[in-house]
Design a protein. Structure first.
Length: 188
């Protein structure tokens, strides 16, 4: 596989999309974009405020508009919000000219990584683990269906995930240290 025109990272809250995306963009020499941050910049308010004032529906509306706008932009790595796959109409925006990577993460790791988080309205519940489990059941099939590559991130440093992704994209790259996953498999 030669370098993709753009890379889109999907996956649940706490999968490391922003950290990994930023590092991957640097590695590829691409521009990094984070749809949640762009929504906040455009709106002049943070995500909890948007959920409070406009509800989840208002946020999803803004998210679709941004994904549509960023769709197909070349030489970019786009980190998306965990719920970006929930609207069918977003799928074409995510897929357009993109290598879609699902950063797959266990619910245990998600709980661990989002434990002290106050910026994710959906997790401000008495039982955030139950929320993450419910969302995983709903969304995992969608992430999997959309993805060209499924990359497990549990117990891996962001650096290792990036190295494995670059190897999967461009196996002849001199940066390669080892081959990951079976030929033709989308799992690693
Ligand atoms: C959401 C995930 C968040 C953000 C919003 C909703 C979700 O992004 O878009 O709070 O529905 O899973 P991250 O996945 O970057 O945390």
């Amino acid at each position: 596989m030669s370098l993709p025109k753009r890379v889109v990272l999907v996956g649940p809250m706490g999968a490391g999309k922003s950290t990994i995306g930023r590092m991957l963009a640097r590695e590829l020499g691409y521009r990094f974009m984070d749809s949640d941050r762009i929504i906040e910049e455009r709106c002049g308010a943070d995500i909890p405020w948007i959920f409070d004032v406009e509800g989840e529906e208002g946020f999803r509306h803004r998210e679709t508009a941004i994904l549509s706008e960023l769709s197909g932009q070349s030489q970019t790595v786009l980190a998306t919000g965990g719920g970006a796959v929930m609207r069918e109409e977003n799928h074409a925006h995510l897929k357009r000219d993109a290598l879609v990577v699902y950063l797959k993460t266990s619910v245990e790791q998600q709980v661990e990584r989002t434990r002290k988080d106050r910026n994710r309205p959906l997790l401000q519940s008495d039982d955030p683990e139950a929320v993450l489990r419910r969302l995983f059941a709903l969304r995992d099939p969608l992430y999997t269906r959309l993805a060209d590559i499924v990359m497990f991130t549990d117990r891996k440093s962001p650096r290792l995930v990036v190295r494995q992704l670059v190897n999967r994209m461009d196996p002849k790259s001199p940066r390669q240290v080892r081959k990951v996953g079976k030929e033709g498999s989308k799992h690693a």
